[in-house]
Design a protein around this ligand. Structure first.
Ligand code: HEC
Length: 129
């Protein structure tokens, strides 16, 4: 009995911790210059490990431990192509500026390289084809 109750509870937690229908806010747009910026860590994949730690500390509370977002918080699901098809520069700009009225804080207080590490890590969350 308690086994089944536990299973049902676990299933609802798993269901809550993802946002399969996430759609980016089309009015939240980086400039062309910001969009075109390249990740200075692009040739250093090992830097993603630090990004993973930063993510767990600063982002997982809203985006979920595995980055699939949370429906209740309308937070972005990084597994989806709608997010992954955006440029590194755009993701960096969004992390830097946030979208306060939709619940995404600004992380301009984190050093630039840490924000690029986060972008690198987000790329690892891409859903396998
Ligand atoms: C307080 C909750 C919260 C925290 C903490 C948070 N986010 Fe977000 N994030 C959101 C929400 C909500 C959105 C969706 C905003 C929208 O609808 O425009 C979002 C959107 C994003 C997007 C844009 C996806 C897209 O293209 O639409 C990126 C990138 C992002 N977050 C990265 C991060 C990173 C990296 C961190 C940690 C450094 C972080 N977020 C921490 C709530 C949060």
């Amino acid at each position: 009995m308690t086994f089944w109750a536990g299973l049902v509870c676990l299933a609802s937690v798993v269901a809550a911790a993802q946002n399969p229908g996430y759609q980016p806010d089309t009015s939240w747009r980086a400039s062309e210059v910001a969009t075109a910026r390249q990740n200075p860590l692009a040739s250093r994949p090992e830097a993603a490990a630090g990004g993973r730690k930063l993510f767990a500390k600063n982002c997982a509370e809203c985006h979920g431990k595995n980055g699939s977002g949370m429906e209740k918080k309308h937070s972005a699901n990084f597994h989806l192509p709608v997010v992954q098809e955006q440029s590194d520069g755009t993701l960096f700009w969004k992390i830097t500026n946030g979208n306060a009225n939709r619940g995404m804080p600004s992380f301009s207080k984190l050093p630039e390289l840490q924000r690029w590490q986060l972008v690198l890590y987000i790329r690892q969350l891409r859903e396998p084809e």
